[in-house]
Design a protein around this ligand. Structure first.
Ligand SMILES: C[S@@+](CC[C@H](N)C(=O)[O-])C[C@H]1O[C@@H](n2cnc3c(N)ncnc32)[C@H](O)[C@@H]1O
Ligand code: SF4
Length: 380
């Protein structure tokens, strides 16, 4: 079975933040002695150059500048990065360019200039609108700044914008979580990411765990929050992602549909299909900024092929996070494997009520979404 090329995206990692939040395990470092912006941009573009032979002749459908906090970079810096990318790679005419931004006043002042630089979509990290919660989360903005940032985004010539909000926060009750969600909805973002706070290993919260709401409160928040979002026209399309019709995040959809992406910058991951070699490559760049910018080492930390036996699990792990039906033909096209590889697991999943199967599509059932791990285990 010949592998086919899925759409191609580009992830760009900016590894600095003003300060480290106690719940965060992303590859981000508090700025201590200023940010080496120009030096890092030169490395990002050199890193991209080295990846180019992997994607000859292909065109980008989306770019995501994530972090860390990309809005610690100047608008001129973001413009240099995007110009540099466009000089080196073909880009689709309707390419989505998302940039994560924090709602602090300084960043918000730059929003218009980021749009001038080529950003078409902001993802704004609000987390909560309640001052006490924001403080407990170690955030450096207040709720007024979050509201102003969202209002600013509304009035800019953007294709879309997203607000990141978390729930299940320390000592939060159902009404507190719903008040946050209602405030976010009032700001009319076309996209909302609504994450349940998780305590990640090696974070400040893991060493000094806060008191989290009990499981039945978390369940009520989830159910009542979903109903509130639906009342206001938001459709859930992934575990934590909700959007108005037509405003799903193209970049994230591509990951979950097992699309390809280059990853440049500290610790960035990439996945590239090479049909001529019947190979799927996974790349990881050097994680720490110091090592990454040490020219003697190059940028690549690891570069490995996804073996045929690992492809079904990888494919479904991504694909079944989405609530949309999965075209059966995508399995063979993007894994290069015959359908017979998974026939028995699919039929098992159907019998257990985790999946419904039509002639053309697989659809995760409500039960399958709730017991996603049980469903995925069938493909190991
Ligand atoms: C890469 S982070 C960063 C964006 C930006 N730096 C910020 O914090 O606003 C993307 C989002 O993941 C969510 N997130 C991070 N850590 C989390 C955790 N431990 N549990 C749940 N959500 C988390 C937050 O909503 C955050 O905005
Ligand atoms: S949550 Fe965002 S701002 Fe906070 S440390 Fe992580 S990446 Fe930085």
């Amino acid at each position: 079975m010949a592998l086919q090329l899925p759409p191609l995206a580009l992830y760009i990692h900016i590894p600095w933040c003003i300060q480290k939040c106690p719940y965060c395990d992303f590859n981000s470092h508090a700025v201590k002695q200023g940010i080496p912006e120009q030096e890092y941009i030169a490395h990002l573009l050199a890193d991209l150059e080295q990846d180019l032979p992997l994607v000859t002749g292909r065109s980008l459908s989306s770019i995501f500048i994530g972090g860390g906090t990309p809005s610690v970079f100047s608008a001129a810096g973001i413009s240099q990065i995007l110009t540099g990318v466009k000089q080196r790679l073909n880009c689709d005419a309707d390419m989505e360019v998302t940039m994560e931004a924090n709602p602090g006043t300084v960043e918000a002042e730059r929003f218009a200039a980021y749009v001038q630089a080529g950003v078409t979509r902001f993802s704004i990290g609000v987390q909560s609108f309640q001052t006490a919660q924001l403080q407990a989360l170690g955030r450096i903005h207040d709720s007024g700044e979050a509201i102003r940032a969202a209002q600013l985004a509304q009035n800019l010539p953007l294709d879309s914008f997203n607000l990141d909000l978390m729930h299940g926060l320390p000592q939060q009750d159902v009404s507190g979580a719903l008040a946050d969600l209602q405030q976010a909805i009032d700001l009319a973002p076309p996209h909302l990411s609504w994450y349940q706070l998780t305590i990640e290993p090696n974070t400040a919260f893991a060493s000094r765990p806060p008191v989290l709401p009990p499981d039945d409160t978390l369940w009520d928040i989830q159910q009542q929050g979903l109903a509130l979002l639906q009342q206001h026209g938001y459709q859930q399309y992934e575990i934590s992602a909700y959007s108005q019709p037509g405003h799903q995040c193209k970049h994230n959809l591509n990951y979950w549909r097992y699309g390809d992406y280059l990853g440049i910058g500290c610790g960035a991951h990439g996945k590239i299909t090479l049909p001529s070699r019947n190979a799927i490559l996974r790349t990881v760049k050097i994680k720490h900024p110091k090592g990454y910018m040490d020219i003697s080492r190059g940028y690549m930390d690891s570069r490995e092929q996804v073996e045929a036996e690992d492809r079904p699990f990888e494919f479904f792990m991504n694909r079944f996070r989405l609530l949309e039906p999965c075209p059966i033909a995508d399995f063979t096209a993007y894994t290069g494997l015959p359908l017979s590889t998974v026939t028995s697991a699919i039929s098992d999943a159907g019998q257990k009520g985790l999946l419904s199967v039509s002639a053309t599509h697989w659809q995760v059932t409500d039960k399958g979404a709730r017991y996603l791990n049980d469903l995925l285990t069938l493909f190991i």
